[in-house]
Design a protein around this ligand. Structure first.
Ligand SMILES: Nc1nc2c(ncn2[C@@H]2O[C@H](COP(=O)(O)OP(=O)(O)OP(=O)(O)O)[C@@H](O)[C@H]2O)c(=O)[nH]1
Ligand SMILES: [Mg+2]
Length: 431
């Protein structure tokens, strides 16, 4: 089971985009509700020829949009010679099946589109395995549809998955394959954990954020790594790590990673766990957001949801409001600063605000509490007194000549201690 060779399958498909708007989304209506889906579709290689929005009180459990609207879509699809219909929400397997029956064209949902983009973008072995796993997780509950509906759907968006040749594939094979991929990715994850652990002497910072917010551009501004920057969604699928020198001449490790998007399918996040290992272990997160986007709040919120899913919601996080050079209305800056307390305004492109960002990183690192064990001679009264004053002592033991403290101490203070006293021994403890 291999990812299809995308150089042949990306043909410019004619796509109709559709979305049902129900409460509370109708009230909170964006100016262009299908703008992001349209960018995603174009990224996947489609030509968007028409968009349809249906306002309705409830999402239809059988057809997502109303049945009548689906019949209308069928006529439009024939008239406009569409190849594919793309829904902005995630559909149930039954909804896809029912819609395809009426419309008689390939219907794909948001997750399938994102998976498709990931499949075209995956370059490294690990990224490919991760995408393949996510595709299989997506396919599994839909195998029945694949059996009955796939025969008339050849090539193009949504068939780059392992599904297209899989009419003969049954649930058992898919499950076994999922198991096997998880095992292989688990091994990669363990290896990655070891690499991350071996770098523990460095403080680590992970760049996260909505897709296209400027994460890789920021990575390039902070380190000498050459990360790929593109005005495309999901340009980065792999983690890159580089060294950044702070003003206090401390070196830290910074990693760039895959972007997030709203309604990101859960299994995609979990498939990318190995790639996101750096994020899960980072001391600080830089959450990059595009200040020039009218959807900035929603994008920050979507990223926070994914961070929560990764168990990172409590990590010290700096909200990095990027692309200030592209902002037209500067009056929003005070409002944003008020809303996002720990934020900093920058332009990764012009490097405006980069020194201030580095300064902020240094400050947070210095304030970070370390869990350590310090042992010193019993005679070192001055050190013992300063420890009592400046650290939170959790435990204290003594043998004939030495005292051992288990304590929490600020990184900044520990550096000072090390300079002042040479008879202490320090061991960092895992909290
Ligand atoms: N005007 C302006 N454009 C920027 C800035 N930072 C990034 N960009 C542009 O935004 C686009 C996306 O930048 P990337 O750095 O690739 O964004 P990313 O967050 O890594 O995107 P993905 O990896 O696709 O999630 C590119 O066209 C960049 O040139 C900035 O400070 N100002
Ligand atoms: Mg990137």
């Amino acid at each position: 089971m291999k990812l299809k060779d995308t150089s042949f399958s990306v043909r410019a498909e004619r796509a109709i985009l559709f979305r049902a708007l129900s409460y509370p989304n109708i009230i909170d209506l964006d100016e262009e509700p299908l703008e992001e889906l349209s960018r995603l579709a174009k990224t996947a290689g489609a030509n968007v020829i028409y968009t349809v929005i249906q306002k309705r009180a409830h999402i239809d459990p059988l057809y997502y949009i109303g049945k009548g609207k689906a019949q209308e879509l069928q006529k439009i699809a024939v008239e406009m010679d569409a190849d594919v219909l793309i829904c902005d929400d995630n559909l149930t397997p039954a909804q896809v099946k029912n819609l395809e029956k009426i419309i008689e064209k390939k219907v794909i949902d948001r997750s399938e589109l994102i998976l498709d983009i990931f499949a075209t973008r995956a370059k490294t072995h690990q990224a490919k395995l991760q995408v393949e796993l996510a595709q299989l997780e997506y396919t599994k509950p839909r195998l029945k549809r694949m059996w009955t509906h796939l025969s008339r759907i050849e090539g193009g968006i949504g068939t780059r998955g392992p599904g297209e040749k899989q009419l003969e594939v049954d649930n058992r094979i898919v499950s076994r394959k999922i198991h096997d991929l998880k095992k292989r990715l688990g091994e990669i994850e363990k290896r990655q954990q070891r690499v991350v652990a071996s770098r523990k002497e460095f403080s680590t910072v992970s760049i996260v954020g909505y897709t296209n917010a400027g994460k890789s551009t920021l990575m390039n501004a902070l380190t000498d790594v050459d990360a790929m920057v593109e005005d495309k969604l999901f340009a980065t699928l792999d983690t890159k790590t580089g060294i950044c020198k702070l003003e206090n001449s401390k070196n830290i490790l910074i990693s760039d990673t895959v972007g997030f998007i709203q309604k990101l399918p859960h299994y995609l996040v979990s498939s990318f766990k190995a790639t996101l290992e750096e994020t899960r272990n980072a001391d600080i997160l830089l959450h990059v957001a595009d200040i020039s986007s009218p959807h900035i709040h929603k994008q920050i919120e979507s990223v926070n949801i994914v961070l929560k899913e990764l168990g990172c919601e409590k990590k010290p996080t700096i909200i990095v409001l990027n692309k200030i050079d592209a902002l037209k209305d500067e009056s929003v800056i005070p409002l944003l600063k008020n809303r996002y307390k720990n934020c900093i305004v920058i332009s990764a492109k012009t490097c405006q605000g980069i020194p201030a960002l580095k300064q902020k990183i240094a400050e947070i690192l210095e304030k970070r509490l370390l869990n350590i064990e310090i042992s010193c001679s019993q005679e070192n009264g001055k050190l013992i007194a300063t420890l009592h004053e400046n650290a939170h002592i959790l435990n204290r033991t003594s043998d004939d000549r030495r005292l051992t403290f288990h304590l929490q101490i600020e990184d900044k203070f520990l550096s000072k201690l090390l300079k002042l006293h040479d008879d202490i021994q320090i061991k960092e403890l895992v909290p």
